[in-house]
Design a protein around this ligand. Structure first.
Ligand SMILES: Cc1ncc(COP(=O)(O)O)c(C=O)c1O
Length: 326
């Protein structure tokens, strides 16, 4: 990846285009089955640009109650786009079409109009949970019944497609716009693409410029994203298998309960609010995991940790859980 970055053909993407960035955008658009794609420095900026283009101030977007757009983009929808997020709390780990239907308000002079439906697949906060193509289609139908566009936060769409054994374009076809990230499981240092119709991307391009997201010799980082897509996408199933191994070893340790992983994120629920102690103990034993909330710890498997390393890490996390929860 570093060699690809060093030898990347570059131009000026703010002025008249960068060849490597253009090639990446064309590849991503083709892979997702969309007319065009646009390279962004981050997934958050790409999500916010999508919200800007789809919505108008004084309206609301509907997203999962645990969505990244709602929790982790520091109220960007409100601050940048004048849009409020309406969290949809599902019956299960991630909202479904029926949950969405129940949350769309009856038109009223007293209530904000909806302007956008957002999905997240895989769902980070729920623990890398995958939504099926059929469920996504059902959500798209509900949005369509209300004349609402759909944006897909697909930071980890690669993992969802791998788990479902479906082409990425099947998942992307369930939304008008799609964000995919190169800096999660694919292992690039940064970057995301936003994909959609040619008209949508023309408008998103202006917003990217306004947000300060124009990057000049962006080929240096686009080359990393291209490398990641071409070399690291095909190995994501290994991370999913490693996550299942973590579940096998960790479930029940000291009374902890592992949320069965669909992909590469493993959420470990603790019987008491000692997540920071577990994280500190694991670090002492040489493994980095994080506290999701006081009673939940999050572990992520990735390309820098092959199966043998994960097996060793699992044993050490188990030791940490047993020590802290004893
Ligand atoms: C689901 C989801 N969407 C968007 C993002 C934002 O991506 P970035 O860190 O590139 O801004 C993340 C980051 O963790 C994420 O998990």
């Amino acid at each position: 990846m570093r060699a690809a970055m060093a030898t990347a053909d570059v131009g000026d993407d703010v002025l008249d285009g960068d060849p490597t960035t253009g090639a990446l955008e064309a590849l991503v658009a083709k892979t997702l089955g969309k007319e065009r794609a646009l390279f962004f420095p981050s997934g958050s900026m790409a999500n916010q640009a999508a919200i800007w283009v789809h919505t108008r101030p004084g309206t609301e977007l509907l997203c999962d109650a645990e969505a990244h757009i709602y929790h982790w983009e520091i109220a960007g929808a409100a601050a940048l786009c004048g849009v409020q997020c309406r969290p949809v709390k599902g019956q299960g780990l991630v909202y479904r079409a029926d949950d969405l239907r129940a949350h769309i308000r009856t038109p009223s002079i007293h209530a904000p109009e909806p302007s956008l439906v957002c999905m997240e697949n895989t769902h980070n906060g729920a623990g890398g949970v995958v939504t099926s193509v059929e469920e996504m289609q059902a959500i798209q139908v509900v949005a369509g019944e209300h004349g609402l566009p759909v944006h897909l936060d697909g930071a980890r769409l690669w993992n969802a497609a791998t788990a479902l054994q479906r082409p990425l374009s099947d998942l992307a076809s369930c939304a008008d716009s799609v964000m995919v990230s190169f800096s999660k499981g694919l292992g690039a240092p940064l970057g995301a693409c936003l994909a959609g119709s040619a008209e949508f991307i023309t408008r998103a391009h202006r917003v990217r410029k306004r947000f300060g997201g124009g990057m000049r010799q962006s080929g240096v980082v686009a080359a990393a994203a291209m490398y990641a897509l071409q070399h690291n996408y095909g190995r994501l199933a290994e991370d999913h298998a490693s996550a299942r191994h973590l579940e096998l070893v960790l479930d029940g340790a000291g009374g902890a309960k592992v949320v069965s992983p669909d992909t590469n994120i493993v959420m470990i629920d603790l019987p008491k609010p000692v997540a920071t102690d577990v994280v500190a103990k694991a670090l002492e034993l040489g493994v980095r995991i994080s506290a999701w909330h006081p009673s939940r710890v999050r572990a992520v498997t990735h390309l820098d940790a092959p199966a043998g390393v994960v097996a060793e890490a699992a044993a050490r996390i188990r030791q940490a859980l047993e020590a802290v929860l004893a």
